[in-house]
Design a binder for this molecule. Structure first.
Ligand SMILES: C[S@@+](CC[C@H](N)C(=O)[O-])C[C@H]1O[C@@H](n2cnc3c(N)ncnc32)[C@H](O)[C@@H]1O
Length: 245
């Protein structure tokens, strides 16, 4: 199946990733399937039972090294500065709180530790419908916001306004390669261009114009706004990111 697990495992195998971080793990559907020597997940409400963890170890012994950190991503970055500095993850999958602001914060936080050849993958960057792009601070909140507008069409698929991170990064950080693969609700890929001086990232003072972007704006020029690339072009995208497979 062509999905986030496929893409992340492909990157793990080709980049020889030893340390993987997932922000927002939920039931571990992606996390537990990945074969990586060391995996860390961060989520304030991890929903993986003891038995599921045990089964995952029996299936793949690497899962005995898994670290389950039950915190919000902000708190994790506050508390784990030393660990992140000494042993930064080479591959990070961001799939936590689906708001523009929090996803941007997560990306900027991890950019401060990501090595030059590291990769960030972002879920939900190409919401398929306006309903799936409803703004909210949780799935339930987004559903209530939609109902409050007397709009129907809720399907349970929720991307929020994570997509706004893509134009924001493209417009403001020339030292980054940013693209979105057009499968599994849009998988953003962010890497650092080589030979740019190292810099530190902090949350921008004004993001209002991006907060105000509408779903119509996205649909009018989705390909260009997201740098949206079809699966058949995957090798080309990875080449652009200087990842050889
Ligand atoms: C869509 S689920 C993650 C799915 C998982 N990555 C997968 O592919 O199977 C989103 C998760 O993000 C978590 N979350 C919400 N706010 C968060 C935050 N501030 N920091 C980290 N995780 C958060 C939720 O608890 C939820 O479990």
């Amino acid at each position: 199946m062509i999905d986030r697990v496929f893409l992340i495992q492909l990157l793990v195998d080709n980049l020889n990733v030893d340390r993987y971080l997932e922000i927002g793990v939920f039931k571990g559907d992606c996390f537990l399937q990945l074969n990586v020597p060391r995996k860390i997940c961060v989520d304030p409400h991890i929903q993986i039972s003891f038995w599921k963890k045990l089964k995952s170890i029996l299936r793949d012994s690497n899962n005995q090294n898994n670290q389950y950190i039950e915190l919000t991503s902000d708190r994790y970055f506050d508390l784990y500065h030393d660990t992140l500095s000494h042993e930064p993850p080479q591959l990070v999958f961001i799939d936590g709180l689906h708001t523009f602001e929090q996803t941007l914060q997560d990306v900027l936080n991890i950019l401060n530790y990501l090595p030059e050849n590291g990769v960030i993958v972002l879920h939900d960057c190409s919401p398929p419908t306006e309903v799936s792009a409803t703004i909210g601070t949780s799935l339930e909140d987004a559903k209530q916001n939609l109902l409050a507008k007397h709009d129907g069409g809720w399907t349970g698929s929720w991307c929020g306004d994570t997509w706004k991170v893509i134009p924001f990064l493209k417009d403001n950080y020339p030292e980054l390669n940013v693209s979105v693969l057009d499968f599994d609700f849009g998988l953003g890929v962010v890497t650092k261009k080589k030979n740019f001086p190292k810099k530190s990232y902090s949350f921008p003072t004004d993001i209002t114009s991006y907060q105000q972007l509408t779903y119509d704006f996205l649909t009018n020029d989705r390909q260009n706004i997201l740098n949206l690339i079809d699966f058949s072009q995957l090798p080309l995208v990875l080449k652009e990111h200087e990842i050889s497979i």
